[in-house]
Design a protein around this ligand. Structure first.
Ligand SMILES: [Fe+2]
Length: 252
């Protein structure tokens, strides 16, 4: 892949979702990740005169797939969906599982299975750019709720993400970082400091987050190296610790 002229555009939909559009500026083509709604995406593609090479889906929740068929009416393209979601996403051209490769023109991805939020959840890893499109598994200072998987599965999925390089960029679907910051500050104030990292790191994160959000800028993509330092769910070093945190967060 020639990486010089590719970039990711974040298109906000609903109240706090992002659709990711990976744009190859040379070819004027793009790949769309998790289009939960179509109109915002089709108008972006039209405005920038982009062709659609393919659609990647991380899991079957409607806020990730709800716009796919409407998008395909205007921009026909192959859809790649998790094999374990074949029943919920019957219209995909290709079903993917762990370690599969997806090649779309100049873009190439490795499929990483990350069960927990849902059983079939996958992420798409673009290794040259170190971009991870990770759906609802990891959020800024948080992680996805467990709708289908076990605590053990979700914990192991986060361990997998932790094994990626520190300079990886995490493209998670929701803008939840500010709510999660309140959770971290509560943990920190209640003597759970080991699970929120150093106070200094958390304060730096809080300042940067405030600066971005006060300008209505997204907190996504996340820098994995920083999340490893302050995200309690990545700092948890046992399934028990992870379970404690997730249950505490569920009550908020
Ligand atoms: Fe979801």
């Amino acid at each position: 892949m020639t990486t010089a002229h590719v970039r990711v555009e974040l298109v906000p939909i609903f109240t706090d979702n992002y659709v990711f559009i990976l744009i190859n500026e040379d070819r004027k083509s793009c790949v769309v990740v998790d289009p939960g709604s179509a109109p915002e995406v089709t108008s972006y593609l039209r405005k920038h005169q982009l062709s659609l090479s393919g659609v990647l889906l991380t899991h079957h929740h409607n806020d990730h797939i709800g716009g796919v068929q409407e998008l395909l009416q205007d921009f026909p393209a192959p859809v790649f969906a998790p094999l374990k979601n074949k029943n919920q996403i019957p219209y995909a051209q290709q079903y993917v599982q762990d370690k599969d490769r997806v090649k779309l023109e100049d873009f190439s991805f490795e499929v990483i299975e990350l069960p927990g939020h849902t059983l079939g959840h996958v992420a798409f890893w673009q290794e040259q750019k170190k971009w991870l499109f990770s759906g609802d598994v990891l959020f800024g200072l948080g992680c996805g709720r467990l709708f289908e998987g076990t605590y053990e599965q979700a914990y192991n999925s986060l361990q997998k993400i932790k094994s990626f390089p520190n300079d990886s960029l995490i493209f998670c679907t929701h803008e939840y970082t500010e709510q999660n910051m309140l959770f971290c500050q509560m943990l920190s104030a209640n003597d759970n400091a080991p699970l929120t990292g150093d106070d200094e790191d958390l304060e730096l994160y809080a300042n940067e987050l405030h600066n971005k959000r006060s300008l209505s800028l997204p907190s996504v993509p996340l820098k994995l190296g920083i999340e490893k330092k302050v995200n309690p769910f990545l700092l948890a070093n046992s399934i028990e610790q992870f379970t404690y945190l997730r249950e505490l967060r569920n009550k908020q």
